[in-house]
Design a protein around this ligand. Structure first.
Ligand SMILES: [Ca+2]
Ligand SMILES: [Ca+2]
Length: 291
């Protein structure tokens, strides 16, 4: 028994060769306890691959760690950039809205100024038109005196009242004689004008035009130069234009002219003209009194 033990120790001390040849007694514990100095170098040689593998693993781990760190840093940087961009975006958007609002305000201000100008222009035009309407109404409204109001003179439709007479302005044209016939049919005669007021009233009824000439009730057909009214009374004075009547081409009938020249006046508007000329005319007849 002791011999076997001593032999076994001898094999162990002798080294791996002996150990190799005695597989039946192999033991990791024993090997580690009874390893000889010579076999120690050989064991380091066998452990070298494990160290290399360990080193490689450590290196790989280190590389992975570095990769993870790099990725982490990169991700943080990206997040920071995104956050930065996310923070700038509302600011930029607000600035853009502000600029747009400023532009809109400028546009609206300009439009407001333009509308104010248009309003002023329209107000001026409105005032002008109101004045024109008042002027036309004054022309078309029969002018009456208090006495006439009391008398309640009235005229047929289309005839204008002045004092005790009604006046009709034709829109058609006829000769002087045909015009007088028309007035007679209506119960009157071509207008007989005695006063500047009557002349002005009739003149105001006439529209302006290039040469608006209206027959009225005066003629010198019987005796050249002797002017008579259609009621047989002789003319006294008159409202002739300068240089008229001139009987230029046998002009024996009178008309009054209203042109677009504003400087012309009612009391210098009469002309003598050929009686056959076709012109509009002015009728006059007595107003109807009603109580
Ligand atoms: Ca004449
Ligand atoms: Ca004449």
């Amino acid at each position: 028994m002791s011999t076997n033990t001593e032999g076994m120790d001898t094999h162990l001390i002798d080294g791996p060769d002996s150990y190799t040849h005695d597989d039946s007694h192999s033991s990791e514990v024993r090997y580690s306890v009874f390893v000889s100095p010579q076999s120690k170098g050989k064991r380091s040689f066998c452990q070298e691959p494990f160290k290399v593998a360990t080193a490689c693993l450590a290196a790989i781990c280190l590389i992975l760690l570095m990769v993870v760190m790099v990725i982490s840093i990169h991700n943080k940087g990206s997040i920071a950039v995104q956050e930065s961009a996310g923070q700038d975006s509302p600011s930029s958007s607000a600035e853009a809205h502000k600029q747009k609002a400023c532009i809109n305000v400028t546009d609206l201000t300009a439009e407001l100024q333009m509308l104010k100008k248009e309003k002023n222009d329209l107000e001026k035009e409105s005032s002008h038109l109101k004045a024109k309407i008042a002027e036309l109404e004054a022309i078309l409204t029969p002018r009456t005196t208090p006495a006439q109001v009391t008398a309640k003179n009235s005229c047929p439709k289309g005839w204008m009242l002045f004092k005790s007479s009604c006046y009709f302005i034709s829109v058609f044209s006829r000769s002087w004689l045909e015009s007088q016939s028309y007035c007679k049919q209506k119960g009157g005669h071509l207008a007989i004008i005695h006063t500047p007021e009557e002349q002005s009233f009739i003149w105001d009824l006439l529209p302006r035009g290039h040469w608006n000439a209206y027959w009225f009730g005066i003629s010198d057909e019987k005796e050249e130069g002797d002017w008579y009214w259609v009621d047989g009374t002789k003319l006294v004075g008159g409202f002739w234009e300068d240089g008229e009547p001139n009987n230029h081409i046998k002009e024996d009938c009178g008309y009054m002219v209203k042109t677009e020249v504003l400087s012309r006046v009612a009391t210098k508007s009469w002309y003598d003209a050929p009686c056959y000329m076709s012109r509009p005319w002015i009728c006059e007849k007595e107003a109807t009194e009603s109580s």
